[in-house]
Design a protein around this ligand. Structure first.
Ligand SMILES: [Fe+2]
Ligand SMILES: [Fe+2]
Length: 371
């Protein structure tokens, strides 16, 4: 695919080739028109950071330094990489959907993630000259299933529909956080991209959360197995917020490229620019706990309840990266930890239990009830 692109039409050709290459049957979404959609963004002026009060940067050349432009490019192609990665992860699930409704939900999620990738590439190709075109092309060359997506979460296996629902509930929730933080961006085309993407993201979260509630309501899959999927994807979601102490997050903030999750309502500037990732991760964790509490409300009293794994568990990024902590947050020796991982993450034994349940069908209730 090492083809140079001169304009966005060239990029579109590569996009359709990418769909084919990952085995996504485009005829399944033939009535859907992929398009870049921009709205008015959060307003004309920069809302936070060193350039607060300036007009937002309309063009890359309005941005004062090359350093800043390079960082912004980086931020945009990292976001784009997640969008294409998720469709690659989900590509084999279409024929495994438990009902036609769920199949339609999956297809909608996939086509919208593809549109998000399309949108980021439109921003890259229209604004960043040759380097933007190169990065937009590279976004269609990496592959989740070859382990070459930029962030670990987007190289993980999404093996079945429980994976998909837990993923949309918690990894797409990270997506909501990232998009919300980019919404007030000082780079206007990025800010103006986020509103429509966030609207689409809300459906992904709904699909995940209501899907998990429907699994609980049907009562065919044990809470112990569901908990393992939560352990897998929440720990992955914690990683997605990056290092606990991050100088690049501080720079993104100072330059107005990426705000806080609650930037729109925050009453004061951040106390510690070095800890922005950590703060966002804490908010995400709190929201995860609320979602899990809602799910627990529909679990019968005599059954175990779901919970969020401790933030130290199974981390690959940040202060706890590579360290051995249990899902309750207790330190463990290496052999005990290895055994623990086998017990608390989904594995071959669980797949054996799940296979006949998937085959028998009706393992998701038709609606989520009150959950
Ligand atoms: Fe997305
Ligand atoms: Fe999403």
């Amino acid at each position: 695919m090492a083809q140079r692109i001169a304009n966005f039409d060239d990029w579109k050709d590569l996009f359709y080739k990418w769909q084919k290459d990952i085995g996504f049957d485009a005829s399944l979404v033939k009535d859907y028109k992929f398009d870049a959609i921009y709205d008015e963004g959060t307003g004309p002026d920069i809302e936070f950071g060193d350039f607060k009060g300036w007009r937002k940067f309309e063009k890359v050349l309005d941005i004062p330094t090359q350093d800043m432009r390079d960082s912004l490019l980086h931020l945009i192609f990292y976001q784009g990489d997640t969008e294409f990665g998720s469709s690659e992860q989900q590509r084999k699930l279409i024929d495994t959907a438990p009902s036609d409704y769920d199949r339609q939900c999956l297809l909608r999620v996939m086509r919208e993630e593809q549109r998000h990738g399309w949108q980021m590439c439109h921003v890259l190709v229209s604004n960043f000259g040759d380097s933007g075109k190169l990065e937009a092309r590279k976004l269609l060359e990496r592959r989740a299933y070859n382990g070459t997506r930029l962030l670990g979460a987007f190289n993980k296996n999404v093996d079945n529909f429980i994976d998909f629902l837990t993923y949309t509930c918690f990894i797409d929730r990270d997506g909501k956080y990232q998009l919300t933080m980019l919404h007030p961006s000082s780079f206007s085309p990025l800010s103006r991209s986020m509103g429509p993407m966030l609207k689409e993201e809300a459906f992904h979260l709904f699909t995940g959360q209501s899907g998990l509630a429907r699994i609980i309501k049907a009562g065919k899959i044990s809470i112990e197995i569901l908990q393992k999927y939560l352990n897998k994807w929440l720990s992955t979601g914690y990683d997605l917020f990056g290092k606990d102490h991050s100088s690049s997050a501080a720079r993104f903030y100072r330059w107005g490229f990426k705000g806080r999750f609650d930037e729109a309502t925050a009453s004061a500037p951040p106390k510690d620019l070095d800890r922005l990732n950590e703060e966002a991760r804490n908010l995400y964790y709190r929201e995860d706990c609320e979602v899990i509490n809602n799910l627990n409300a529909s679990i019968p009293e005599d059954k175990p309840k779901l919970r969020a794994p401790d933030m130290k568990f199974n981390r690959q990024i940040g202060d706890y990266a590579g360290k051995m902590y249990s899902i309750e947050g207790y330190p463990m020796s290496e052999p005990v930890y290895r055994e623990h991982l086998k017990n608390v993450l989904p594995g071959p034994e669980d797949f054996k239990v799940l296979e006949p349940i998937f085959k028998a069908g009706n393992w998701m209730a038709a609606d989520a009830g009150n959950a």
